[in-house]
Design a protein around this ligand. Sequence first.
Ligand code: MCA
Ligand code: AMP
Length: 519
Amino acid sequence: MQVQTPNANLFAALRDGFPADLQSVAVETDSGLNYTWQDLLDASAMLANLLESLGLQAGARIAVQVEKSVEALMLYLATLRAGLIYLPLSTAYQSAEMAYFIEDAKPAVVVCSGRNFGWVSKLAFTAGSAYVFTLNEDRCGSLLERAAAFSRSHSVAQCAPDDLAAIIYTSGTTGRSKGAMLSHGNLLSNARVLQKVWGWRSAEEGGDALIHALPIFHVHGLFVAIHGALLNGSKMIWLARFDPKTALRFFSQATVFMGVPTLYVRLLGESGLTREAVKNMRLFISGSAPLLIETFTDWQTRTGHTILERYGMSETIMLTSNPYYSQNGSRIGGTVGPALPGVQLRVMAEGGQVVPSGEIGGIQVKGPGVFQGYWNMPEKTAEEFTSDGFFKTGDVGRVDTQGYVTIVGRSKDLIISGGYNVYPAEIEGYINALPGVAESAVVGVPDADFGEVGVAVVIAKPGAAVNPAGILAQLKSTLANFKVPKHCVVVKELPRNAMGKIQKNLLRAEYSEPQGREV
Ligand code: MCA
Ligand code: AMP
């Protein structure tokens, strides 16, 4: 008798979470459209059939740079269904950035906005992609036109837990952007743990409704939010882009909200944010960047809710979370909570030994969410793991006696601005290539809205006149807008230590004071 191996395809598990009534609303958009669970099934089947008709090889990548839309969500589900690898890319990326990702990942299929078809298709065909489709916010484009001819029935591709489901490009700890390879097993195990620890409510318990306000090209919006809702059969209220007034309008119909700290800061700026406005809400979750203690306490005072802060990475998905259930402990502001079930987390001293609780060191982790390695970079992958299989996060923190983790800094040179990662070395590379520039250093300084923003400190070549505004304008024409430093200053020299290394901590201190900036 042949033994049937269970299908580890993530889509199969998400599908199992759908409610019995497939005609109920799965996604309601801020522009007033309703999509049923049946719509998600039908459209993802048609798109999966289209992808399968292309005769792609196993492991083919589907690179997607499109505006947020429910159809983009359907394309993600279709890619899972077909057992192919989803590769989402920020809509902010411009041509030099896209050229790198496409060259590196060599996707078989690229899906882009119609308005970018000219330049994106050129990059894609040069890199050997076989197909470029378009998908626009308004449900138009060649992808949906082609899919319309395909059947609504589709059998979900058989997958093993380690088969890749997605590649997420991340700045990682050093070097150029790297593709973190996440498997069906990584994504599903994390989604299941979060469903449990965040108390997602079954239909019998009254159900949940999630306000989905984040972009869908990163772990937070694509995996944590979407998998949470779909696995639980919960409706999503879908905001095409975050706007605090729109989010407020929907709080009375929702129960769960997930955001990066900037979203909470902007919501606190609304006079309509009151206890009354959020009385239907069950849970507010924050992550992707440090939540300031004042945001945490202001939120408590204004709404009566305690934000639940959690911590994760593209390479690991979610690692720690403050407790949802009070019997498991309090949500402590400034901490990211204890390690999630199944996650081993340790804090290591420089010398390679675990530090006593309360002491600071490098955070290392092991667990079912930890990725399969960096795309095409086996040496880089090996460097980021210890000999006993722990992943080095590049975050610096401590664990208290109750197991609560506090992140105190990063050993990686990284700025997190409004929840987006900016890698200073990349920006410095672009600045240093500009005419008249001898050298530069980009540092992150505190910012009330984005948490942290970049400042570029530049040295001109002897005799060259360099204009800070001109530098920023040139960066803006080349780089994703969130990477462009908010300020630029030209100085005579950069502070260096005895080894000649630029002392970024001194620059950070100097330019953190508004009066210290010549911008
Ligand atoms: C926009 N700008 C930014 C940012 N966003 N600058 C720095 N940092 C940003 N995050 C630029 C705009 O291009 C504009 O420039 C100017 O700043 C003001 O833009 P604004 O209209 O205020 O921005 P927005 O369009 O309202 O966007 C802000 C935002 C957005 C809603 C906070 O950045 C956002 O959705 N962030 C969420 C990121 C996220 O999902 N991260 C999760 C990563 P100009 O005026 O020059 O045009 S996943 C992750 O980190 C891990 C795994 C985890 O733990 O979750
Ligand atoms: P990414 O490369 O987008 O996956 O970003 C992962 C990084 O975001 C982590 O290594 C942390 O530095 C940071 N991060 C995520 N969540 C938090 C949090 N709650 N507090 C502080 N930093 C966070």
